[in-house]
Design a protein around this ligand. Structure first.
Ligand code: FAD
Length: 561
């Protein structure tokens, strides 16, 4: 860990998360601000964790959703990402409520005028929630199918139709509505719900959910609902690109929810396995159990290595987010989903019974986390988007390698966020510093067995990309190419994290070798993690459980007692 004189040696970008962690308290303790025992009770009642939500508000968390220029405390997305991990390791629901609010706010930060921005900042700083109403019952991922209309009538827009399902739709104070303002012409409108004419809109009933129980999920039905024309965000007709670009930011942050969930899932499974004795020894000594625990730890570390450069890119090189945000949004939630399913087998019957807080916490986080691969672009939508970026520029270019230190060095200071919609692009235009770094990284580390195997996959992949028809990004060949690309991208991220960071857990390269072995398993299920690195990583896992620290290469101390 960094020993820069900061809080417990924590990295600067993680300081706020470290403070929030202590404020929220030890979730195993029933009196903590955010306690597992209360969360599972609230979950049973389909109720939100209101005491924890109120505490987050009083601590000032909503200030981190508002850019500094507008009076907030949003300095960097890495800081917000770390805080979201801290929240999500206890309970995903506050993270989703605030994430949904940020989803609704980002188009305003990016394209709103000063009046809209100052109004929204005042609402968020006062603790209000908000929504982004994009989905419709009959159109889901198909944005161009949108039927909610906003007809221009003098100095007003008149809304008709239903948006569904929409998070925070009932309790939120504002809503960014995606609507058709003409034939195949879509726009975003910022709506102040207090100002909407009574009788011309209502909330459709709240929808019960498998996970995220109690999340305010309902719909908004508009019937000749007139709003001022000044509600328009940016240019009329820019709704599709604005939506796709705004999603690039929150898609990246969703990985924090997945990593926070896996942190708790792994901690619970490990604690159970260590205490469970069979055949005269803890089950952690059974190779199958040990393998699942170490793989889950590696999945978490790899997920962190993939997420952090994308999160840093939001301020450093937002032009690349179309590709990198889709990779994070596909790769991290899906990997975490699989890891949680495997960890559930370690709990065995205890994972099926509902008689302990630990078992119910695991079951809850498993259900809650499943949303991460659905909303804000499903797994397949993101794979299609990755495939499109790859197929349109199969040879790619390394872009500007001088950006790599700013993306990967976790100590490097980040540029404060100045929201600029024009810096977000719908495609990366073939520029990819991370993917483009692979050939040199592979050459440098060619003595590592998994690097040689991954490099062979890289060459097969390059040939595959040239053979795919440009319209084939939704084909299975396109989807498969995208999946393989994500594995290679993750491998490059692992090595680049190891290259640009020093000290602490970065000193010993075992985690890198084990992570590359783990990634090779995505392409070759017969591949084994090398015994030496596996033992070293197991030791990292045990040390972080005992410390206790967040499972991370740059950990923060966890609240105890
Ligand atoms: C808890 C929760 C909270 C939500 N919050 C919000 C919110 O705040 N605001 C909001 O607007 N919406 C919200 N949604 C809706 C959510 O964003 C949509 O459910 C999601 O976009 C997918 O739409 P769909 O479920 O209709 O699936 P569909 O779009 O009907 O997809 C069906 C299948 O087709 C696949 N598919 C679709 N398009 C493609 C493609 N281009 N390439 C390959 N495969 C494809 C999908 O992966 C899926 O397998 C929420 C949903 C839930 C469950």
């Amino acid at each position: 860990m960094a020993t820069d004189g900061s809080l417990h040696g924590t990295y600067a970008a993680d300081q706020s998360a470290a403070q929030l962690e202590q404020f929220l308290g030890d979730p195993n303790h029933p009196d903590a601000v955010s306690a597992f025992s209360r969360s599972v009770e609230e979950d049973e009642r389909d109720d939100m964790p209101w005491p924890a939500m109120d505490a987050l508000r009083s601590w000032g968390f909503p200030h981190f959703l508002v850019p500094q220029a507008l009076g907030g405390r949003m300095r960097s997305f890495q800081e917000l990402f770390s805080m979201c991990r801290t929240i999500a390791r206890r309970d995903l629901r506050p993270g989703v409520s605030y994430g949904t609010t940020l989803l609704g706010a980002n188009p305003v930060w990016l394209w709103g005028n000063a009046r809209q921005q100052h109004w929204l900042a005042s609402r968020l700083l006062a603790g209000d929630f908000g929504s982004f109403a994009m989905s419709e019952r009959d159109h889901g991922s198909d944005l161009a199918g949108c039927q909610v209309s906003a007809r221009r009538d003098g100095d007003r827009y008149v809304l008709n139709g239903e948006k569904w399902p929409v998070g925070n739709a009932t309790r939120g104070a504002f809503c960014t509505v995606y609507a058709a303002t003409g034939p195949r012409r879509f726009s975003l409108l910022l709506v102040d719900k207090q100002q909407m004419p009574t009788g011309h809109w209502y909330n459709s009933p709240s929808v019960p959910t498998v996970g995220l129980r109690g999340h305010d999920l309902s719909g908004m039905v508009f019937s000749d609902c007139s709003v001022p024309a000044t509600a328009l965000l940016g240019r009329p007709g820019a709704g599709i690109p604005q939506t796709l670009k705004a999603l690039q930011i929150t898609r990246t942050l969703i990985a924090a929810l997945s990593l926070g969930s896996l942190d708790t899932g792994l901690r619970l499974a490990y604690t159970h396995a260590r205490g469970r004795r069979l055949y005269g020894a803890p089950v952690t000594e059974l190779p199958a159990v040990r393998d699942i625990l170490v793989r889950a730890y590696l999945d978490l570390i790899i997920g962190e290595c993939v997420s952090i450069p994308a999160v840093r890119a939001i301020t450093e090189v937002p032009e690349r987010l179309s590709l990198w945000s889709a990779i994070v949004k596909y790769f991290v939630p899906v990997t975490v989903e699989r890891a949680l399913a495997d960890l559930n087998t370690v709990l065995s019957a205890r994972g099926y019974l509902r008689d302990t807080v630990s078992a119910r916490t695991f079951q809850k986080l498993h259900r809650d986390q499943a949303i991460a691969s659905i909303f804000e672009g499903t797994t397949h939508v993101n794979l299609s988007s990755i495939a499109a970026d790859l197929i349109f520029a199969p040879s790619g270019s390394g872009g500007d390698p001088s950006l790599l230190p700013a993306l990967f060095n976790r100590r490097a200071e980040l540029t404060p966020w100045i929201p600029e919609g024009r810096r977000l692009h719908l495609t990366n235009g073939g520029r990819d510093e991370i993917g483009g770094a692979w050939p040199q990284l592979a050459a440098r580390l060619s003595s590592w067995k998994p690097v040689r195997r991954l490099d062979a996959a890289y060459h097969e992949q390059t040939a595959r990309l040239f053979s795919i028809d440009r319209r084939g990004y939704r084909s299975m060949v396109g989807q498969t190419a995208a999946r393989v690309h994500c594995v290679l991208h993750a491998a490059a991220c692992v090595i680049l994290n190891g290259t640009y960071n020093t000290g602490g857990l970065f000193t010993d390269e075992s985690w890198m070798i084990a992570s590359l072995d783990r990634l090779t398993q995505h392409l070759d299920p017969t591949w084994q993690i090398s015994p030496g690195p596996l033992a070293a990583v197991e030791e990292m896992l045990i040390k972080q459980v005992e410390a206790p620290e967040l499972f991370s290469l740059t950990p923060i101390p966890l609240a105890i007692g």
